[in-house]
Design a protein around this ligand. Structure first.
Ligand code: 0X9
Ligand code: ZN
Length: 392
């Protein structure tokens, strides 16, 4: 069993200077017995492990000497912690694009396919780059509002860069891929390329491992709320713990309002995260199984089988609470409780090596394999709802 711990030694930074990771270390540690494994498990369960220099010896005690290959992998992870300046150049589907490029890309999509791509302003970012900006969902498909539709969102968690990259790839593939073009004849897609724009900008420019949005939390000096704990589902206890309230965030409210107002047409939804190669479905807030559990298992099984045919990437699937961990306020459960009975959540590549720092070299292959699962879910949803309507 291997764990990667990123060890933030001391980050002394000026308030607005990007957080540097030059003196940080990434340790790949192989526990030698159960006791060591348990200590590491506890540490790995925290989102971020901050360890001061004098404690480093404790970790080094556990670590074996690394092979050359492992050391190279570690160096490559360490390099990625360096926050880069905005990279000049064009938008690319093989790269992690900055927000500016993604914004410009959505405009371009509209101009390129004026009959099929529409901007829908659902709200605004809180901080933005140059002040708050609009938050757009791309409606892809024919104008008809009554058509069956799938809602997809990417980038709810700032540091999971592969997720917005997938939404961009998906939209681009709709015209490249015959099956997708055929699906577009019959259904629409609502694509939110970056849910958490402010967080994404922060992660791109200041702090690579940022997860939440960038709003000021009520009654606290903390910045940021986890948008995937902010949906109105199973909120009684969370209220007391986090001193925030459900749908407190502008982004959550914008997305929730949009989905609610399009509920007649939205038949399925998928949210894209990284990492750990999982296809999850409800519930996260309880260990009870959802009423259409068998159906969801079937879709998840075929979807992940399809995904693995391309590069043999292995996914596990199942209810969120048991497969990953119990969590309240997640978008997946909220959408399900609203009546969208085919709601899935992808935790994209990888599992355990690069984690949130998936190299760009893996971007295309990740997107290509994910498309296979998404295509299956879309086809399944369409058939399911067509046959349901036919039998009414
Ligand atoms: O903690 C989360 O919000 C998700 N894991 S992540 O590492 N991407 O942060 C899991 C929550 C439930 N599953 C999803 N909605 N993906
Ligand atoms: Zn996530």
């Amino acid at each position: 069993m291997k764990f990667i711990l990123h060890v933030v030694l001391i980050a002394t930074t000026l308030a607005i200077a990007p957080v540097r990771f030059d003196r940080d270390k990434v340790l790949r540690v192989k526990p030698q017995d159960e006791k060591q494994a348990n200590i590491l498990k506890d540490l790995a369960n925290t989102n971020e492990v901050k360890v001061f220099r004098r404690m480093l010896n404790l970790f080094l005690l556990f670590s074996k000497s690394f092979t050359e290959k492992e050391s190279r992998a570690i160096q490559s992870i360490e390099k990625q912690f360096d926050v880069k300046e905005d990279i000049p150049g064009r938008h690319s589907h093989a790269k992690y694009n900055d927000w500016d490029k993604i914004e410009a890309w959505t405009e371009k999509m509209m101009y390129k396919h004026p009959e099929m791509v529409f901007h829908i302003k659902i709200g605004s970012t809180v901080v933005g780059h140059r002040g708050a900006g609009p938050l757009y969902v791309l409606k892809i498909g024919k104008k008809d509002e009554r058509r069956k539709a799938i809602f997809m969102d990417c980038g709810i968690h700032a540091r999971e860069w592969v997720s917005p990259a997938f939404c961009q790839w998906f939209a681009y593939q709709l015209w490249k891929n015959k099956i997708m073009t055929k699906l577009l004849d019959q259904m629409n897609f609502y694509v939110l390329p970056v849910f958490n724009v402010d967080g994404y900008i922060w992660s791109r420019t200041q702090y690579r491992m940022w997860r939440k949005n960038h709003s000021k939390t009520r009654n606290s000096n903390c910045i940021g709320t986890d948008l995937n704990r902010n949906f109105n589902v199973s909120w009684n206890d969370c209220d007391l713990i986090h001193h925030i309230f459900c749908k407190s965030e502008k982004e959550t409210k914008a997305v929730a309002d949009f989905i609610q107002s399009h509920l007649k047409s939205i038949k399925a939804s998928s949210t894209f995260h990284s990492c750990s190669q999982m296809l999850l479905f409800p519930y996260g807030f309880t260990s009870q199984l959802p009423p259409n559990y068998e159906d969801l298992v079937k879709v998840a099984k075929i979807g992940t089988d399809a995904l693995s045919t391309r590069y043999e990437t292995h996914y596990i699937y199942g209810p969120t609470a048991s497969v990953i961990y119990p969590a309240s306020g997640i978008s997946l459960d909220w959408a399900y409780n609203l009546g969208i009975k085919h709601t899935f959540s992808f935790e994209l590549r990888d599992r355990g090596k690069f984690n949130f720092l998936l190299p760009e070299s893996q971007l295309k292959s990740t997107c290509k394999e994910t498309m296979l699962a998404v295509k299956f879910i879309a086809k399944y949803t369409l058939n399911f709802h067509t046959s349901v309507t036919e039998h009414l």
